[in-house]
Ligand binder design. Structure first.
Ligand code: GLY
Length: 394
């Protein structure tokens, strides 16, 4: 066979076309949003500016999803090496540094999402001191949310809020990488100890014996006794919110990467096996895994994108080559379905990368729309499929 006989596989061609289409949308959004931020989700397929909130004006850096925008731009840089993207991604560091310095909208465990993608990446890559100090300050703030004696990180709200006190959520597994990084950069072992304990508590209580997960779980803040699971964005307390299960696949895998704890790897596999066994024909999960084809419910493309990334990461961690191949192939099927059926390549009016996500169906927020995090993980999955020596920000 000569070099000219070596053609890209259909998947590789589809992935390359999808990357080009995504980058065109990223370019347009860099021009449209500048140093401000899109909303959490699209409305009718288009992101407006982030609405005013927490005393901040339209387009300000508030809420839990703003870092997915610079995170997406960093991926564009990884895909192209084009310094325009480097400059655009770096231009967001100031906003995140100011946010943590001024204490703007910090009552959330999602400081991990926020500061890993916006500030840890530049700190790791170029030693940027301003970014590094902002990310350490965010990690310090996250540490104030560790509740003893339960050893969990409270997810939402003011620590004295009775509705949120003692509550954590499966998504938080994606926030502990900030703590592991802070431990590495400062040499202070308290960060990793807190993250490790939190992940172990979630493995024990948020993961159910049947391989499904609770979205949220409460501990007694005084005694540390585990109390009960409850949903917030899922269909029912005892159902399995699809995005939560996807956070479980990726989050348990990442926590295993930092700790080496085999129980966390087993938990990630359990989440993955249940998720994959409950996919509809086109491999893109409905917003809760109790629903399947014929239910008339919406899919959550963001859960699919997160799972595609998590399954790829998991494939790199499991020892059994057959299981690793199975996870890698499942990730490729999901990504291909997103490219073919959910991307905005043929929708010139849309400014998301993928459509048909669900933010919060019970509250009717962002239903059947694009989401900032879905776009980020879609482009991360495309990057993983394109750049063989890609370095994860997580
Ligand atoms: N982390 C919040 C969500 O997934 O909706």
């Amino acid at each position: 066979m000569t070099a000219t006989d070596v053609r890209p596989s259909p998947d590789a061609e589809a992935v390359a076309a999808a990357v080009s289409a995504a980058l065109r949308t990223v370019d347009a959004n860099i021009d449209a949003f500048g140093d401000r931020y899109p909303a959490d989700t699209t409305t009718g397929g288009r992101y407006p500016f982030r609405p005013p909130s927490a005393g901040q004006p339209r387009g300000a850096n508030v809420g839990w999803t703003t870092s997915f925008w610079p995170g997406t731009i960093w991926l564009a840089y990884d895909l192209t090496g084009d310094e325009r993207y480097l400059r655009a991604a770096m231009s967001h560091v100031d906003s995140f540094a100011i946010r943590v310095a001024r204490g703007i909208d910090l009552d959330t465990h999602d400081l991990g999402f926020l500061y890993t993608l916006s500030c840890v990446t530049p700190a790791r890559r170029s030693g940027d001191r301003w970014a590094r100090d902002a990310a350490v300050a965010a990690a310090d703030h996250l540490m104030t949310r560790v509740l003893e004696p339960a050893g969990i990180i409270q997810a939402w709200g003011d620590l004295s809020d009775p509705r949120q006190r003692g509550r954590t959520i499966i998504d938080s597994l994606m926030n502990t990488p900030l703590l592991f990084w802070a431990g590495e950069t400062t040499g202070d072992g308290r960060y990793a100890a807190a993250a490790r304990r939190h992940a172990a508590q979630l493995r024990e209580h948020i993961l159910r014996p049947d391989g499904t997960t609770f979205h949220t779980f409460y501990w007694d803040p005084e005694t540390g006794v585990p109390l009960r699971g409850e949903t917030e964005q899922g269909h029912a307390d005892d159902s399995c919110w699809a995005r939560g299960q996807a956070w479980g696949i990726y989050g348990f895998t990442l926590n295993h990467r930092y700790t080496g704890d085999p129980a966390l790897l087993a938990a990630a596999q359990t989440c993955a096996d249940h998720f994959l066994a409950h996919l509809p024909a086109d491999h893109v999960a409905y917003w809760d895994l109790v629903f399947t084809d014929g239910s008339g419910e919406e899919r959550d493309s963001s859960a699919a994108a997160i799972a595609a990334c998590g399954l790829t990461e998991l494939a790199g961690a499991v020892a059994d080559p057959a299981r690793a191949d199975g996870y890698r192939e499942a990730a490729a099927r999901i990504l291909r379905s997103l490219v073919d059926g959910y991307s905005t390549a043929g929708h010139p009016a849309a400014n998301a990368l993928i459509l048909h996500g669900v933010y919060d169906k019970p509250k009717g927020i962002g239903v059947d729309e694009g989401t900032l995090w879905g776009d980020y993980f879609y482009l991360e999955a495309l990057t993983r499929a394109t750049v063989s020596d890609w370095t994860s920000p997580w």
